[in-house]
Design a protein around this ligand. Structure first.
Ligand code: PLP
Length: 343
């Protein structure tokens, strides 16, 4: 099966995490009676400085429920064109919410206040109602870029001056927090709602949490039910999330260290390494189009699995199931490949 750098979603629960799941107290969460789900929602709300949380089967559902909760049909949602909620969620916001996307540009998946200002149109019968700004931190398509608060706060202030709500896709928010040495709470403070994934670098098998004010979460609970996300004895999987939040946040630094080491070594070998200003647990490589497919196949044949992002870009993600040995093995295969390519 090899060393799997395709994504940090591929981690499998450890024995200790499985023990926590095995012994979790459970009840029917649609009745609000699962103590472990209730605890997970309370713990994440506390960690992120929001009033309430809502356990979700996936990050996609968390983003979609957030959009439904913030908007009415036809409303205009401002988002960078590379953000997950637009790029990777299959048009769901148009299907369920009937919203109008307004796609913005900007470095590392993050618009400037000026870009937002130019996109806002005056209230007028011809224009959709501007309602929501969606952000993402860390930014996946920008190569796991951690986005600094001093870039986000002026943008959020600008959004507020037009009466927009702000939702943050924080699938990897803790990677950003660890990269900056600040808390998840600091990063989530300026936004109205935030979603986090337990199933990425934190290593839980399933689950996300949406956080916001108590009235926001009460309304979100209705949309989650509509989308079929009301789960019963969900404490079994929430227990894995609680275990992950207790044990696997600080260790994200190890993943970042391994990604840093790989980025450095690969660039020494002559690979085109794309690094964001503040990298986290990803390394992106650009190959000449003519060799990209061959390179990915060669890596796979040597038990190094990587992801692709377009015809020439390859993505490596470090995570809980990648150790130093896995990194050493991958670098050996990459060195061999570089001799192939340059021969
Ligand atoms: C993974 C991810 C999500 C949600 O993905 P699911 O697979 O639906 O859990 C949302 N946003 C970003 C940035 C992601 O990387």
């Amino acid at each position: 099966m090899g060393t799997d750098f395709r994504s940090d979603t591929v981690t499998r629960p450890t024995d200790a995490m499985r023990d926590a799941m095995m012994t979790a107290a459970v009840g029917d969460d649609v009745y609000g009676e699962d103590p472990t789900v209730n605890q997970l929602e309370a713990v994440t709300a506390e960690m992120l400085g929001k009033e309430a949380g809502l356990f979700m089967p996936s990050g996609t559902m968390a983003n979609q429920v957030a959009i439904l909760t913030h908007t009415e049909r036809g409303d205009e949602v401002f988002i960078h064109r590379d953000n997950h909620a637009y790029y990777y969620e299959g048009g769901a916001a148009a299907m369920w919410g009937g919203v109008t996307w307004n796609l913005l540009e900007g470095i590392e998946g993050t618009p400037t206040p000026e870009i937002l200002r130019k996109a806002i149109r005056p209230k007028n019968i011809h224009h959709p109602n501007p309602r929501l700004l969606c952000l993402e931190n860390t930014h996946n398509r920008a190569g796991g870029a951690a986005i600094r608060l001093d870039r986000l706060v002026p943008l959020i202030d600008e959004a507020r001056s037009y009466g927009l709500g702000v939702h943050l896709d924080g699938a990897r928010l803790f990677n950003a927090a660890i990269a900056f040495g600040i808390s998840g709470r600091d990063l989530a403070q300026p936004v109205d709602s935030v979603s986090i994934c337990l199933s990425k670098g934190l290593g839980a098998p399933v689950g996300s949490v949406l956080l916001g004010s108590r009235p926001f979460i009460d309304r979100a609970r209705i949309f989650r039910k509509w989308l079929g996300g009301g789960m019963r004895q969900a404490g079994i999987i929430a227990a894995a999330g609680l275990y992950a939040l207790t044990n696997n946040v600080q260790r994200l630094e190890e993943d970042h260290g391994r990604a840093r080491l790989m980025a450095h070594a690969l660039s020494e070998m002559g690979y085109q390494v794309m690094l964001p200003a503040v990298p986290t647990n990803m390394v992106m490589l650009d190959f000449p189009v003519a060799v990209a497919t061959h390179a990915v196949d060669h890596l796979a044949q040597n038990q190094v699995l990587v992801g692709t992002m377009g015809p020439q870009r390859v993505r490596l993600v470090t995570h809980l199931d990648i150790d130093d040995e896995g990194v050493t093995h991958a670098l050996r295969v990459f060195r061999d490949l570089s001799e192939h390519i340059h021969a």
